[in-house]
Design a protein around this ligand. Structure first.
Ligand code: ADP
Length: 509
C-alpha cells in the first residue's frame, strides 16, 4: 500500500471512531507528509486534536518542529527542479482537476474529519468540500492561461515577459475552514507551478493531511505538496522564516499576521496576509428588510460566527432599528445549536480558548451596560462542548472589546445611526477593513458608500456574495494582498523580462 493510501486508511479509522463518539485513547497518526511519505515528528512529539462538540480526543498527531520544517522546505525546493519543474501548465491543470475529483469522491471522509476537528455541522462540511473542489477547478482552468506580454521597444528589439513560478511557498492556514483555506492558497500556487509546504492550524490538521495524501494519489510528484503539522510559534514560525521559502500566504489573526509579516520581511519574501475583521452591515430605512435580515442572520451566525468576514457590527438606521432587531431576534431564535454530527444550524466554537475569548468579550460588554436581546451564554441543557448561543446585543459601549475587536463567535452588536455620513463614520472608525455590507434601495447611495467604505470587499443588498472567482482580502489592519480570482494566482507568479537586441544586418554580410 502506498504511504498516501495508508494515511487515508488511518484517517478513515479516525473518522469512523470519531463519528461514533468512541472514547479512550485516540488513534495516533503520522501527520507530517513530505516527499509523499507520512512521517512522525523527528522529535517524536505529538499533539491532540479534540472534537469540540463532545470534548473527546479525535487523534494524536505529529508536533512538527524546526527540523521537520527544514525537511519539508528542502523537499519543496528539490521538487521545483525535478519532474514538476518540467510539467507543462496544461498538465498542472489536469492534475488539479484530478485532485478536485478525488476530493469529491472522498467527500464523506473529508466532511467527517472536518466536523470532527472543528465541530461544524456536517452538511456545512460537505459544502466546504464542494467549495474546495470548485476552487481547484477554477485554478486548474487558469493554469495554462496566465500569459505574459510583449513590450514594444521598436524595430531593434524583442522584449517580452515570462511568468515563472514564485518557487517554494509556505501556506499557513486557520482552523475555521481548514480544507477551504488549503484549497484557496494551494490551488493557485500549484496552478502557477510552485511547490508548497502547508502548516494547518493545530486545532484542525486532519483534512490538510488528507488533501496532501489525495494529491499524491492524483499524481502530483513527491515534494510538490508537503504538510507539516504543529504549533504556530514552532512549526509555523520556522516555516515562515525558512531561507528556502520564496513566499508566504497566511490567513489568521492580526496579532499573528504582524509576526508573520515581519518575519517574511526580514527574509525579503513576499507575503499575503488575510487577517481579521469587525465587519459592519449597514441597513438603511429604505432597504428590503427581509433581504437585510437574511444577510444579517447568515452573515453573523454562519460557521458560528467564526469567519473573518462575519457580520459583527449591525449599523441600523434609527427609524428601523427597533423593528429590525425584533425581527432579527425572532429569526435567530429559531436557529438550532448542537453537535456537528447531528447537523444543527450552528456547531460549537472550535476550542476552549476560543470560547473563553468570546465569553470575555460578552462579559465585558454586559458589565458596561450592554443589553442581550438574545443569547449571551451556553444553550440550555448543554454540559459538554464549546457551545454558545446565537447572540444579539444592543447598547454596547463603543469602547468595549465586543465593539472594537474581532470576536469570532456568533455574536452581533447593533448600533443606531442617522444618515449616510454617520453610517460611514461608524463603519470606518476601526482599524479593520475586511468586509462591509450596505442594504438600501437607493443605488446611488449604495455605490457612493461602497467607494468610501474602507474595506477590501463591499457587498450590496446581500452578504457572502462571490466565490473563488472574486478576489478577497483586507485594507488597514485586515491585511494586504488578495486571494481568489486571477489576483490569487498572480501571488504565485514572478515576472521575468527578457530583452533581445536584434541585429539589423546578417552576420558577416
Ligand atoms: P488563532 O489565534 O485564532 O489561533 P492565529 O492567527 O494565531 O489564530 O493562527 C492562524 C495560523 O497561524 C495557525 O495555523 C497557527 O498555528 C499559525 N501561527 C500562530 N502563530 C504563528 C507564528 N508565530 N508564526 C507562524 N504561524 C503562526
Amino acid at each position: 500500500m502506498s504511504a498516501a493510501a495508508e494515511t487515508l486508511s488511518v484517517l478513515k479509522d479516525i473518522a469512523e471512531r470519531g463519528k461514533a463518539g468512541a472514547s479512550g485513547r485516540a488513534p495516533e497518526i503520522a501527520s507530517i507528509f513530505i516527499d509523499s511519505e507520512a512521517r512522525h515528528a523527528l522529535s517524536g512529539a505529538t499533539l491532540v486534536s479534540t472534537n469540540p462538540s463532545r470534548e473527546i480526543p479525535a487523534a494524536n498527531f505529529s508536533r512538527g518542529g524546526r527540523e521537520d520544517v527544514h525537511a519539508a522546505a528542502v523537499s519543496a525546493r528539490r521538487a521545483l527542479g525535478g519532474e514538476w519543474g518540467g510539467t507543462a501548465p496544461q498538465r498542472r491543470g489536469e492534475l488539479l482537476y484530478a485532485l478536485a475529483d478525488k476530493l469529491e469522491e472522498s467527500s464523506e471522509l473529508l466532511a467527517t474529519l472536518e466536523t470532527l476537528d472543528v465541530g461544524k455541522p456536517l452538511s456545512q462540511s460537505r459544502g466546504d468540500v464542494a467549495g474546495a473542489a470548485a476552487t481547484l477547478r477554477y485554478n486548474a482552468g487558469a493554469a495554462d492561461k496566465m500569459e505574459g506580454s510583449s513590450v514594444p521597444l521598436g524595430a531593434e528589439y524583442l522584449d517580452f515577459t515570462e511568468h515563472e513560478p514564485l518557487g517554494a511557498t509556505a501556506h499557513i492556514t486557520p482552523w475555521n475552514f481548514p480544507l477551504g483555506m488549503a484549497a484557496r492558497s494551494l490551488g493557485p500556487a500549484l496552478a502557477a507551478g510552485c511547490t508548497a509546504v502547508l502548516k494547518p492550524a493545530e486545532q484542525s490538521p486532519l483534512t490538510s493531511l488528507a488533501f496532501a495524501a489525495l494529491a499524491s494519489e492524483a499524481g502530483f510528484p513527491p515534494g510538490v505538496l508537503n504538510v507539516v503539522t504543529g504549533l504556530g510559534d514552532e512549526a509555523g514560525a520556522a516555516l515562515v522564516g525558512h531561507p528556502m521559502i520564496d513566499g508566504v500566504t497566511f490567513t489568521g489573526s492580526v496579532a499573528t499576521g504582524r509576526i508573520v509579516g515581519a518575519s517574511a520581511g526580514r527574509n525579503l519574501k513576499p507575503v499575503v496576509l488575510e487577517l481579521g475583521g469587525k465587519n459592519p452591515l449597514i441597513v438603511f430605512a429604505d432597504a428590503d428588510m427581509d433581504r437585510a435580515l437574511d444577510a444579517a442572520v447568515e452573515g453573523a451566525f454562519d460557521n458560528s460566527g467564526q469567519v473573518c468576514s462575519s457580520v459583527s457590527r449591525l449599523l441600523l438606521e434609527n427609524g428601523v432599528k427597533d423593528e429590525f432587531l425584533r425581527k432579527l431576534v425572532e429569526r435567530s431564535r429559531e436557529l438550532t445549536v448542537g453537535d456537528g454530527f447531528e447537523d444543527p444550524d450552528l456547531g460549537p466554537l472550535v476550542s476552549p480558548e476560543q470560547l473563553e475569548k468570546v465569553d470575555g468579550h460578552i462579559a465585558q460588554a454586559l458589565e458596561s451596560g450592554a443589553r442581550a436581546l438574545l443569547g449571551g451564554g451556553r444553550p440550555a441543557g448543554v454540559s459538554k462542548g464549546y457551545f454558545i448561543e446565537p447572540t444579539v446585543f444592543d447598547n454596547v459601549d463603543v469602547n468595549c472589546r465586543l465593539a472594537r475587536e474581532e470576536t469570532f463567535g456568533p455574536v452581533v452588536s447593533a448600533f443606531g445611526f442617522s444618515g449616510e455620513a454617520e453610517a460611514l463614520a461608524i463603519a470606518n472608525s476601526l482599524p479593520y477593513g475586511l468586509a462591509a455590507g450596505i442594504h438600501t434601495s437607493d443605488i446611488d447611495r449604495a455605490l457612493r458608500l461602497a467607494r468610501r467604505i474602507e474595506a477590501g470587499t463591499v457587498w450590496i443588498n446581500g452578504w457572502f456574495i462571490g466565490g473563488v472567482q472574486a478576489p478577497t482580502g483586507g485594507v488597514k489592519d485586515s491585511g494586504y494582498g488578495r486571494e481568489r480570482g486571477i489576483a490569487g494566482i498572480r501571488n504565485y507568479i514572478r515576472i521575468k523580462n527578457i530583452g533581445v537586441h536584434i541585429a539589423d544586418h546578417c552576420a558577416g554580410g
